[in-house]
Ligand binder design. Structure first.
Ligand code: GLC
Ligand code: CA
Length: 554
């Protein structure tokens, strides 16, 4: 049944709210996506991951779902959805939906009923507890929300607290309840029967909480993890869901797996486990952030050491490759330093460095034209996480300045400014007033300008890279070996398969870097490069952000 098509796929992620608005209300929508299907196809990707499009009050832009079987009104109708899906399939593009199953919206009817009375049949769909202290006015334990503050909210109606590991409008579902697990399987089946090809499973590693919900080790930012990341029944729950839904289809699943380590990843994704097909590991994204929020200096060897480690997963596991998504700042600048006028070179260098590794690459909307972070004033931040950070910071000395410093580098808002289609009004994103400010860079960075850039089109480079990857057995299956692991400027590795070797050189610096090669790797021809005349020798001089793939002479 399973063809494992994802092993030869590149996935494009769409954050629908910010992609393309078709009706001038300032909000991206499904018809906007339909109008861009050829743009997506011509990029040479063969799957789309769509961030949530279900009915939602949008406390967390759709990651708070109030009805899993309906389309958010602002995004369109079920008929639009079906047309979009058909349009994708007709172009050879699969569709992966976002499955947000750790929590729902507090406006979901399950929660409305659940909070109404302690005896309601839906009470046990969520995690309710009495408070601590004589009057029960202290939260049941010390766990923190991933957005800051306590993970518990007191509810007047019944005088108890409910757990929310994200915003208080995102109550956690109680997976201990078999009825909840059946509901989630039914939801997956509902969409797969419509023809959807798989799921990206939102914070899926949080679904099983330790019995008794014990206090976490002291940690002011993220407290309690050890009691719910890959909790006691996690594997059992996922195997059950796989059996009752995903395994019945030729599906692909990728789990957002905060907290999964290289050591325990195989328990989550090895083929024989019958759980998830792949995960997003975040270790490489943490090499320039402490606790995922506090920025620190990017150092190439620290970054490539993590990438190389994950390349050595056991044969029965499959990797994902990514530098961006809707929760991360833009990769340009972050991993390249100040690129000055070398935006094309820096963007394409990152593409080569990531995509020549073994695994399934993910490209986030705008990455294919080299979109960059935005300069925000305090009031420009709209994300629930940024707002929460500011409100907590306001209570501590210098808090605001620290929050500003961290958010300028870390905010999720950077990835969410509208897609930049052209240099015209509102970057061609909308005919109305955009729901979120545009990055002023759209005057120069936009799809139209990029396409006109000819040899220096980032989009065209991505398209070439994707065409080059497709069906290439060395890239798909070849063994991976990093060269000169301590190199501070150049990321170099080989991929080898059945007597063929590809050498990848990527200069992460905005200056020339020299790189010495052993004799067996010093002759061959460039098969892909972001400079027109990359060449191999015993000591290669790589120009600013030069990245090239060489086929080594046997
Ligand atoms: C995931 C999503 C993020 C969301 C959170 C809660 O991390 O990627 O955008 O805020 O889950 O659903
Ligand atoms: Ca719209």
């Amino acid at each position: 049944m399973k063809t494992r098509w994802y092993k030869d796929a590149v996935v494009y992620q769409i954050y629908p709210r910010s992609f393309c608005d078709s009706n001038g209300d300032g909000i991206g929508d499904l018809r906007g996506i339909i109008s861009k299907l050829d743009y997506i196809k011509d990029l040479g990707v063969n799957a789309v991951w769509l961030s949530p499009i279900y009915k939602s009050p949008n406390d967390d832009n759709g990651y708070d779902i109030s009805n899993y079987r309906e389309i958010m009104e602002e995004f369109g109708t079920m008929a639009d959805f079906e047309e979009m899906l058909e349009g994708m399939h007709a172009r050879g593009i699969k569709l992966i939906m976002d499955l947000v199953a750790n929590h729902t919206s507090d406006e979901h009817e399950w929660f409305v009923k659940s909070r109404s009375s302690k005896d309601d049949p839906f009470r046990d769909y969520y995690i309710w507890r009495k408070g601590r202290g004589k009057d029960g006015k202290r939260p049941p334990n010390n766990w923190t929300s991933r957005f800051g503050g306590s993970a518990w909210q007191f509810d007047e109606a019944t005088g108890e607290w409910y757990l929310h590991l994200f915003s208080k409008k995102q109550p956690d579902l109680n997976w201990e309840n078999p009825a909840v697990r059946r509901e989630i399987a039914d939801i997956c089946n509902f969409w797969m029967e419509k023809g959807v090809d798989g799921f990206r499973c939102d914070v899926i590693t949080y679904i099983s909480k330790e019995e008794g919900l014990p206090n976490g080790k002291f940690n002011p930012i993220m407290c309690g993890d050890e009691h719910f990341v890959l909790g006691p029944r996690y594997h059992e729950f996922i195997r059950e869901l796989n059996k009752n839904s995903w395994a019945k289809f030729d599906s692909y699943t990728v789990g957002e797996s905060t907290g999964v380590t290289f050591e325990n990843a195989p328990e989550c994704i090895a083929e024989e486990r019958g759980e998830l097909d792949t995960i997003f590991g975040f270790e490489h994204m943490c090499t320039d952030m402490y606790m995922e929020v506090i920025p620190h200096k990017f150092k190439l060897p620290r970054f490539t050491a993590v990438l190389s480690k994950w390349q050595s997963l056991p044969e029965s596991c499959w990797n994902t490759l990514f530098l961006e998504n809707h929760d991360q700042p833009r990769s340009l600048g972050r991993f390249t330093g100040d690129f000055g006028d070398k935006r094309y070179e820096a963007a394409t260098m990152l593409a080569v460095a990531m995509q020549m590794q073994k695994g399934t690459p993910f490209v986030y909307q705008g990455q294919e034209i080299g979109m960059v972070n935005c300069k925000f004033r305090d009031e420009d931040y709209l994300d629930v996480m940024a707002r929460q950070v500011f409100s907590i910071a306001a209570k501590i000395p210098f808090g605001k300045a620290i929050a500003r410093y961290c958010l300028a580098r870390r905010a999720r808002d950077h990835a969410r400014t509208p897609m930049q289609w052209n240099a015209g009004a509102n970057a061609g994103f909308t005919a109305g007033k955009p729901w979120m400010m545009l990055n002023p860079s759209y005057k120069t960075i936009n799809v139209e300008a990029d396409k006109k850039a000819g040899e220096k089109s980032i989009y065209a480079f991505y398209a070439r890279l994707h065409a080059f990857r497709r069906g290439n057995e060395v890239i798909k299956c070849g063994s991976y070996r990093q060269l000169d692991k301590k190199n501070k400027s150049v990321y170099a590795y080989t991929r080898s398969h059945e007597g063929k070797t590809l050498l990848v050189l990527a200069n992460f610096k905005n200056k020339t870097s020299k790189f010495k090669l052993p004799p067996e790797l010093s002759s061959g021809r460039a098969v892909l490069s972001n400079y027109p005349d990359s060449a191999l020798s015993a000591e290669v001089s790589l120009r600013p952000y030069e990245a090239a793939v060489f086929e080594i002479n046997a």
